[in-house]
Design a protein around this ligand. Structure first.
Ligand code: GTP
Ligand code: SPV
Ligand code: MN
Length: 579
């Protein structure tokens, strides 16, 4: 196989001359191709089979120094440093190319170069965008086949349209000192070397669908966001769609496929997406969302029958597990699985209980979205789904209440820009540190956050029927560290209030930070939350918020003259309300 597109042909030739692979394979995405890759990976130990209760499931162990995204070596290479902004690491494009090209030189000797044409979004949608990833990792190929529309149909679209994002990837020598994830937004180019893990290596995901796409979206009038998309069908059968931005490992996958509690089992959830949303203004003045992905690369630990039954069930067949433990009878094991015991940890070492986690805290499953019991064919609708509410959230043990509503879009943009959350194992580095993570996009926005907030304000100003905006926090704790809110399926109780608010109903009280449910507003039928916990969850700590507003103000001002004036006005308004 090859291509009629000269730009693609030339690029593959040029990369092959430079990286010197032993052979070149153009991926067609077929089942036969996938099976051949899996057999080869089973032979060389890249993948391991699991026992017969886990049909067509495999375990992959990544290099122990390569288990998460690496933000400190992720670069946005715009001409001017200002355009990347204080939210990104910046390198001049020429210097970045020189550095990357040096590392890529001859790096595929003895390996196969795979050419992966893919489409982010339904192949027949005008909102979708194509890319081609070149990689020397067959593990990346099998993951990209699940996560994107990969192969012949994508290549046909590329040949028809002529444009595509170029993503060059090699696992290199896996030396952390030789690891770089570089983005050249103007050239629609990504160069990633030295990692075989997740968002560092599956270039369609964070590199293309967020960093490059957010940059493109700004000039084209849409938004590329780190958001889940779900449909919420109420007992009358009416479905509304919401999009929610939570930072990495803060509950998107879980919310996107939540199982309603017993007392609300006449509600139904439809999962449209669990990680990325591309949002476009529609002709009717509403915002429409597509999920550019076709699978889930989800956090394994915590996935249990009680917490996330849909995810638990869907990962029992046709699933790639990365960095989980193993039981003595060769089943995958992770913290929160709730059955049996680990014999080996994620490195393949005997598990003694004293040497940390059995599954790595950022261990992941890769699975087709079609295996989810809440799958909806609307995932493949080229028009996307109309969004009624946008929800921001973070992981915070204090301060941020369970839920509050922003007055309007402009206030909502300030709420999104102010998101703070504890760091998690999704990225290398210390966990549990509260940091600003605006719109959950801190690691993913391909340009200056000041310009990004201006773009958000602009999008909202041009919508005659914009989504309502909210903030949630499922992660409030008491002094002993116990979660105050049960979370998971019970989060539906909060979503139901949000939908009521969107339709002009729902009991709410005015507070300086926004509108909160009154103590009797949430449907808590069948749930026991002690009164004092509910009061704490729905309390606005005015002194704490004054300090928070100070910190937010300083953070926003660090964007200098790129900070939109509207956010200064909103911030001043909130500060006054808290006085
Ligand atoms: P990325 O894939 O990294 O973008 O993460 P995500 O936002 O999809 O997070 P995910 O749903 O995988 O959840 C991350 C962790 O938080 C898992 O261990 C979950 O079990 C846990 N979690 C999710 N929702 C809740 C909740 O409502 N309450 C509590 N306490 N934990 C939750
Ligand atoms: C995240 O870290 O937000 C993820 C996993 O969804 S990764 O694809 O590795 O970015
Ligand atoms: Mn994510």
């Amino acid at each position: 196989m090859t291509t009629s597109n000269p730009a693609l042909r030339n690029w593959v030739d040029e990369v092959a001359r430079h990286t010197q692979p032993e052979r070149i394979h153009w991926c067609d995405g077929s089942e036969a191709e996938n099976q051949a890759l899996i057999s080869a990976m089973l032979t060389d130990g890249t993948l391991k089979t699991l026992n017969e209760r886990w049909p067509d499931c495999y375990l992959h162990r990544s290099d122990p120094n390569d288990v998460a995204r690496v933000e400190h070596v992720t670069f946005i290479c715009t001409d001017s440093e200002q355009d990347a902004g204080p939210n990104n690491n910046w390198m001049a494009p020429a210097e970045a190319h020189r550095l990357a090209d040096g590392l890529f030189e001859g790096c595929m000797q003895g390996r196969t170069l795979y050419v992966i044409p893919y489409c982010m979004g339904p192949v027949d949608s005008s909102y979708s965008r194509c890319g081609v990833e070149i990689t020397d990792s067959p593990y990346v190929v099998t993951n990209m086949r699940i996560m994107t529309r990969m192969g012949a149909a994508a290549l046909q679209r590329i040949e028809r349209e002529g444009s595509f994002v170029k993503g060059l990837h090699s696992i290199g020598d896996l030396d952390p000192d030789n690891r770089y994830i570089m983005h050249f937004p103007k050239e629609l180019t990504i160069k990633s070397i030295g990692s075989g893990y997740g968002g560092n290596a599956l270039l369609g995901k964070k590199c293309h669908a967020l960093r490059i796409a957010s940059y493109q979206a700004r000039s084209e009038g849409w938004l590329a966001e780190h958001m889940l998309i779900l449909g919420l069908q109420d007992p009358t059968g009416r479905t509304r769609y919401i999009a929610a931005a939570f930072p990495s490992q803060c509950g998107k996958t879980n919310l996107a496929m939540l199982v309603p509690p017993e007392s609300q089992n006449d509600w139904r959830i439809w999962t449209v997406g669990d990680d990325i949303a591309w949002l476009h203004p529609g002709d009717d003045g509403r915002l429409y969302a597509i999920n550019p992905e076709s699978g889930f690369f989800g956090v394994v630990p915590g996935t249990g029958r009680e917490t996330n039954k849909n995810a638990f069930d869907m990962i029992h067949r046709d699933t790639i597990f990365t960095n989980v433990g193993l039981t003595a009878d060769n089943e995958p094991w992770w913290e929160g699985r709730g059955e049996s015991e680990p014999a080996l940890d994620w490195r393949g070492q005997p598990f003694t209980g004293g040497n940390g986690d059995a599954a790595h805290p950022n261990s992941r499953f890769t699975v087709s979205a079609r295996q989810n019991a809440d799958y909806t064919p609307l995932m493949d609708d080229p028009r996307g789904v109309p969004i009624s509410a946008i929800i921001f959230g973070g992981r915070r043990r204090g301060l941020a209440p369970l839920v509050y509503q922003a007055r309007d879009w402009q206030h909502g943009v300030l709420v999104g820009a102010s998101v703070a959350s504890e760091t998690t194992a999704a990225a290398a580095g210390e966990t549990g540190i509260v940091r600003r993570d605006p719109m959950a996009m801190k690691p993913f926005c391909g340009y200056n956050f000041g310009d990004y907030w201006a773009h958000w304000l602009n999008i909202g100003a041009n919508l005659s029927n914009p989504p309502s905006m909210f903030h949630v926090n499922w992660f409030r704790r008491d002094d002993q560290g116990r979660f105050l809110w049960p979370g998971f399926g019970d989060n539906l109780r909060v979503l139901a209030w949000i939908i009521e608010r969107c339709e002009g109903g729902g009991r709410a009280k005015q507070t300086p930070i926004g509108e909160l449910p009154t103590l009797d507003a949430l449907d808590l039928n069948g749930l026991h939350v002690p009164d004092e916990d509910l009061e704490a969850l729905l309390h606005v700590d005015v002194q704490g918020w004054r300090e928070e507003l100070d910190a937010i103000g300083k953070y926003l001002e660090s964007y200098g003259d790129r900070l939109p004036q509207e956010l200064r006005v909103e911030h001043a308004r909130l500060t006054a309300a808290l006085r």
